[in-house]
Design a binder for this molecule. Structure first.
Ligand code: NAD
Ligand code: LMR
Length: 339
């Protein structure tokens, strides 16, 4: 007799045989993605070459005897993997290696996301929520959503929570305070070296962060440190970040489903629909997937409007938004956007 008291939620993870997949799946199975009362049905997607690795991970998931894990399916069929899915984590994509920018992955990875968008459109549950992790995450999310005409664009998001967490951690390290003392950081723009980690509205133990650190450190150390942290990890570790990326994916979805309360966080969200006006207020044109300050209310990400940005921040944000526009044009030219 089943011991579960709630209906299982179907979670699809692509690239399940890869590094992030390995760091992510056990945490999902243990209840950290959706909460301790929600059973999970896992549907794992891989390409044929990755299937054995994903199947091995599935064996280990069984051996974890997770009380919340109701089933695991491993497949190389996108339509099977996204069938009935409620939460789709699009991780499967090539990572960059030393010396590359994330945009260099556009040609290699972008073609993955149109077919997956279509499979989500055709088979996912009506409440599906999508987080794109595979790089370049913002533009890949845009491609996937463009191929899913029946799913509201707001349901397709890109992960900039890792950048957000990095910014919180760097500020806490600098001020020698626990990370829990830091609130109100914002990541603006693209998950790339042009992103703008912004502490203008952040507080540390209730005090304004800008009273505690000087402009020279912010511009000269903090901003490049956070924006280039992915490259630093690749250089030092010899491989792209994995456990911290998985951790950020958990944070993103947990907050999306459970709400953010009074504060805000950062996520790459569509600047269309309900969020178009607030995004336009920050100079983000309609239809991009851009990192912005967001609150999760009733299961929807809503851009927090009305932050007053000074000229330095504004220049950073404009540059990152311009890069997103360029990436959109590049994938349009590659024929990866419908219409
Ligand atoms: P990895 O190479 O270890 O794993 C990727 C997996 O995806 C492989 O097993 C591969 O077989 C699979 N795959 C490739 N194409 C696929 C497809 N069409 N369908 C399903 N699976 C497919 O890489 P990783 O370290 O797990 O990183 C995955 C992606 O996440 C990379 O693009 C990386 O740059 C990105 N990433 C993003 C962030 C972020 O903050 N947004 C952080 C870290 C990594
Ligand atoms: C990261 O930020 O660590 C990932 O996007 C991997 C990368 O290529 O930087």
């Amino acid at each position: 007799m089943a011991a579960w008291t709630r209906e299982p939620v179907t979670v699809t993870v692509t690239g399940a045989g890869g590094q992030i997949g390995y760091a992510l799946l056990f945490r999902i199975a243990s209840g950290q993605l959706l909460g301790p009362d929600t059973p999970v049905r896992l549907q794992l997607l891989e390409i044929p070459q990755g299937l054995r690795s994903a199947e091995g991970t599935a064996l280990e998931l069984i051996d974890g005897a997770f009380p919340l894990l109701t089933s695991i399916d491993v497949t190389d069929s996108a339509s099977d993997a996204f069938d009935g899915t409620n939460v789709a984590l699009l991780v499967g994509a090539r990572p960059r290696t030393a010396g590359m920018e994330r945009a260099d992955l556009l040609e290699a990875n972008a073609a993955i996301f149109g077919p997956q968008g279509r499979a989500i459109n055709e088979g996912a549950a009506s409440d599906v929520r999508v987080l794109v992790v595979g790089n370049p995450a913002n533009t890949n999310a845009l491609i996937a959503s463009s191929h899913a005409a029946d799913v509201p664009r707001e349901r397709f998001t890109a992960m900039t929570r890792l950048d957000h967490n990095r910014a919180v951690a760097q500020l806490a390290l600098k001020l020698e305070v626990p990370v829990a003392a830091v609130h109100g950081v914002i990541i603006w723009g693209n998950h790339s070296a042009t992103q703008y980690p912004d502490v203008t509205h952040a507080t540390v133990d209730g005090r304004s962060a800008t009273d505690l650190v000087d402009e020279e450190w912010l511009e000269g150390v903090f901003v490049p440190k956070v924006a280039r942290r992915g490259a630093e990890i690749i250089e030092v570790r010899g491989a792209s970040s994995a456990a911290s990326a998985a951790n950020a994916a958990i944070d993103h979805v947990y907050d999306w489903v459970n709400g953010t309360g009074d504060g805000w966080t950062s996520a790459g969200v569509s600047s269309s629909g309900e969020n178009a006006e607030a995004a336009a207020g920050y100079g983000v044109p309609e239809g991009l997937v851009c990192s912005l300050p967001v609150r999760s209310v009733d299961g929807e990400w809503r851009v927090v409007p009305g932050f007053d940005e000074g000229p330095i921040a504004q220049a950073h944000i404009e540059a990152s938004v311009a890069e997103l526009v360029e990436e959109r044009e590049a994938v349009r030219a590659l024929g990866l956007l419908p219409g």
